[in-house]
Design a binder for this molecule. Structure first.
Ligand SMILES: [Zn+2]
Length: 86
């Protein structure tokens, strides 16, 4: 596992359970309580390869309709061109 943050070099990484967003094409899956190590300084999150593999497999099963997710959330959408005047 990681001992220092590859992003900022900080040495204190704390185990945490976080909400992880996995995207595959247009499909988005939010996984709650995903275990990771989080940098105390910059907030960068590090996930074990086994965790990412499990999330990927779950998402693939949902996309191919072999599994049904626990729930659905409505997601707010906006186009940047609609909110910003150049
Ligand atoms: Zn860091």
């Amino acid at each position: 596992m990681f001992e220092v943050c590859a992003f900022c070099g900080h040495k204190h990484l704390t185990p945490k359970n976080v909400s992880y967003r996995h995207q595959q094409g247009e499909e988005l899956l939010i996984i709650d309580d995903a275990p990771c190590l989080q940098c105390n300084f910059c907030g960068e999150q590090y996930f074990d390869a086994a965790v990412l593999k499990a999330i990927e497999a779950e998402h693939a099963a949902i996309i191919s309709q072999q599994k049904t997710p626990t729930g659905f959330k409505p997601v707010a959408m906006e186009s940047f061109t609609a909110i910003y005047r150049y």
